[in-house]
Design a protein around this ligand. Structure first.
Ligand code: NI
Length: 483
């Protein structure tokens, strides 16, 4: 290597070194600047702008969901409070919520939301809605829906929806609708519920005969008996009784159940359908036949009724029903009503409670085994009734106001004459399907009554299904409370 060359090389090398150093530091400096300041700043700026955009999108999505919810839950915006204490929850509330209900539902909401993420990507909407549907009853509906932000869809997507069990409250006070309110604080009405629950238990049993004795032995209901109200039915939980396990039955609102209820807790159209239509001054008569069935006479009575297209009411003895179940079945199958006339035809008020109970229970059992229905009406022998009998029966007591005296005269002509002389509009005629003279008289009696313009009906029709337990009925217009 020549000196010249070397010196040249040296010169070049130092120049390159300077350039290199200059370049390196520029590069590092730029790199540091880029990595340390510009990039984070840019990211920060981008992120901030992005976050603001998302927040705006989220806010818009929220308010859209809120307004949709208002429309679907409440219809009327004016009646709503919107609270937004925390950014992740919006609570829509009807203004008219009783405070006890508000607390109850709020605590249920807290339980539900406990496991949900509380940040801006999570959002839930809850509502409480009170709606009156009967003069005395309102329903409280509440629910909560969880939404999560979906960045791609730029929308809150529904995660889960939970509805709280509808609560029914008294419209004025917000208090729960208890059996005591519904049954007008009248213990007698509990007897009506018990009777209906007994039939329902038998209806839903796979082998009703196996539990029949236990069902009939169910003790009187109390205000502690679980009776739950809903707008469509009562739900009753009957405690274990013998071989019968604790069972829940559902009692839809029928005319029979309605006789025990304060109807202001029911939807007005339902209440109206359960009350009589006040048909104008119809002339009706109910024929009733006691002491049967008897294979020697009852079939002929049934034939005459069928020939004349007339339905009547038979108050049958438990003893005879047990002996002639197929005859009891025929009476029911041909559209007649069957009531209990008790088992032995005792004058009940002279007997101890246990005997009265057994007289009724044994008859219920005999009639149930024959027709699959417990009798819903009771006629105590001789019309002899007192508070104990009425309470034990737990069903309407059916008397009469026209006594054919067929049992005394045993004469067809006299039976007809007696009815003709004592007939009363909308009355109840007492006869006996065990009297051969009544078999002879019946076609003439029906002919004469129709001639007089009477419509012949069953007890239930005459009383327009309004007959009540602890009341006795002598005619459609003569009803007396038994106390
Ligand atoms: Ni009798």
């Amino acid at each position: 290597m020549s000196e010249k060359f070397r010196s040249h090389t040296k010169k070049t090398t130092s120049k390159q070194t300077v350039a290199f150093l200059t370049n390196k530091w520029t590069f590092i400096g730029l790199l540091v600047l880029l990595l340390g300041i510009i990039l984070p700043a840019s990211f920060y700026l981008i992120a901030t702008v992005n976050q603001e955009t998302i927040a705006k999108q989220q806010a818009a999505a929220k308010s859209q969901l809120i307004s949709q919810a208002k429309q679907s839950y409440f219809q009327k915006e004016s009646a709503i409070q919107v609270t937004d204490e925390k950014s992740y929850a919006v609570d829509l509330r009807d203004t008219a919520i009783p405070s006890n209900i508000k607390e109850e539902i709020t605590s249920q909401f807290q339980t539900i939301t406990k496991k949900w993420n509380k940040n801006s990507d999570n959002f839930w909407l809850s509502y409480i809605h009170v709606q009156s549907y009967a003069p005395n009853a309102s329903k409280v509906q509440a629910g909560i829906t969880h939404y999560q932000w979906n960045i791609r869809k730029k929308a809150f997507v529904q995660q889960q929806q939970k509805k709280i069990k509808t609560i029914y409250i008294q419209a004025q006070t917000g208090a729960p609708i208890t059996s005591q309110l519904l049954l007008q604080n009248n213990e007698q009405n509990l007897a009506v519920i018990r009777t209906l629950a007994q039939q329902a238990l038998l209806d839903q049993a796979s082998n009703p005969k196996a539990i029949l004795d236990d069902v009939l032995a169910i003790p009187a209901f109390t205000w502690q008996t679980p009776i739950t109200y809903s707008p469509k039915e009562l739900t009753v939980t009957v405690a274990k009784q013998g071989a019968l396990e604790e069972t829940t039955v559902h009692l839809p609102y029928t005319t029979q159940l309605a006789t025990a209820l304060d109807l202001s807790y029911l939807d007005p159209s339902l209440a109206q359908s359960l009350t009589p239509k006040n048909e104008e001054n119809q002339k009706q008569i109910a024929l009733t036949f006691d002491d049967g069935p008897d294979p020697n006479t009852t079939p002929a009575i049934l034939d005459t009724l069928k020939d004349n297209n007339v339905h009547a009411t038979f108050f049958q003895l438990g003893s005879n029903s047990e002996r002639y179940p197929t005859l009891v079945k025929r009476v029911a199958d041909e559209g007649h009503e069957i009531g209990s006339h008790t088992y032995h035809h005792y004058k009940l008020p002279s007997y101890p409670l246990a005997t009265i109970q057994k007289e009724l229970t044994d008859t219920d059992k005999a009639i149930y085994l024959a027709i699959g229905k417990l009798p819903t009406l009771v006629r105590p022998p001789y019309g002899a009734v007192n508070a104990t009998v009425a309470q034990t029966a737990g069903r309407p007591i059916i008397q009469w106001d026209v006594d054919s005296r067929d049992w005394a005269s045993k004469d067809a002509e006299k039976t007809l004459t007696q009815i003709q002389q004592t007939i009363i509009d909308n009355g109840i005629i007492l006869m006996h399907d065990i009297q051969p003279s009544t078999v002879t008289a019946l076609p003439k009696i029906i002919h004469w009554l129709k001639q007089q313009g009477y419509q012949l009906v069953t007890i239930n029709q005459l009383l327009q299904s309004q007959e009540k337990a602890y009341h006795e009925y002598f005619s459609a217009t003569d009803e007396r409370a038994i106390s």
